[in-house]
Design a binder for this molecule. Structure first.
Ligand SMILES: [Zn+2]
Length: 106
């Protein structure tokens, strides 16, 4: 779990505790909890974008394409014909901003 996910989870937990501690009416507490859940979903999208994901690999007989796992944008390509062709690594997808992971390390 990365630092952004931890911060979001912690914030949501504290917000829900705050509602409980305020002894709000059931109706008000439910509305407040729904508002928190809605904002949590928005922020979860940002956390997911910042959490590196492995590119999807498409292998051809003379090439290897690497695509963003979210929007399928081409993020790198390797041609086998040119042995000196090095993979240009991008840390983020230029189309959607998804963080990309290039190793198996967690
Ligand atoms: Zn993308």
């Amino acid at each position: 779990m990365n630092k952004y996910q931890k911060a979001l989870d912690n914030l949501v937990e504290k917000a829900l505790c705050w509602i409980e501690d305020r002894a709000l009416t059931t109706h008000m507490a439910k509305r407040q909890a729904e508002a928190i859940t809605k904002r949590e979903a928005l922020l979860q999208d940002l956390v997911d974008k910042a959490t590196p994901k492995k590119a999807i690999v498409e292998k051809g007989w003379y090439y290897k394409n690497f695509r963003c796992p979210c929007c399928m944008n081409l993020v790198a390509e390797k041609m086998y014909v040119y042995s000196e062709n090095e993979l240009t690594i991008q840390n983020y997808c230029s189309a959607c901003g998804q963080a990309l992971k290039w190793s198996d390390e967690e």
